[in-house]
Unconditional design. Structure first.
Length: 142
């Protein structure tokens, strides 16, 4: 099942209609790679559905966040970037020097999540994992 189909199904299973505007928002979110600010998303959505208003995009992002499908991340710029969490987790390597972000799919944190959840009596629903360090281009030559 495609990411868009998973998102649409999640909305419908939670009792929400898949309107034309919501479909355009899901399309733009997935096409953006799942990393986008609300303002960037508004611009992307307007390319496909020009009549979709800014508040519709904001309300839909709030709804997707409430359903655990996106997560707002604040990187010091003041504005949130929304990260697609349709699979329940997301992983980054962040270079401390050049600020590039590298995504990786392999999930090594599920067992850690189970252990931490058991220890603290916490039901883990998903995770956003970020490692900070130096990318290959920024590492000092040895």
């Amino acid at each position: 099942m495609s990411k868009i189909a998973r998102l649409a199904t999640a909305l419908q299973q939670n009792g929400y209609r898949l309107t034309q505007a919501r479909q355009a928002i899901l399309n733009a979110l997935v096409e953006s790679g799942g990393h986008v600010s609300a303002d960037e998303l508004v611009e992307l959505v307007r390319e496909e559905a020009p009549s979709t208003g800014r508040m519709t995009v904001y309300r839909t992002l709030d709804l997707l966040h409430e359903l655990g499908l996106v997560k707002p991340v604040y990187g010091g710029t003041g504005a949130a970037h929304y990260i697609l969490m349709d699979e329940g987790h997301h992983h980054h390597l962040v270079c401390s020097t050049c600020d590039r972000v590298f995504e990786f799919e392999e999930c090594m944190a599920q067992e850690l999540g189970r252990q931490v959840g058991n220890r603290f009596g916490f039901q883990i629903e998903g995770h956003l994992l970020e490692f900070y360090g130096l990318c290959a281009d920024c590492q000092p030559e040895t």
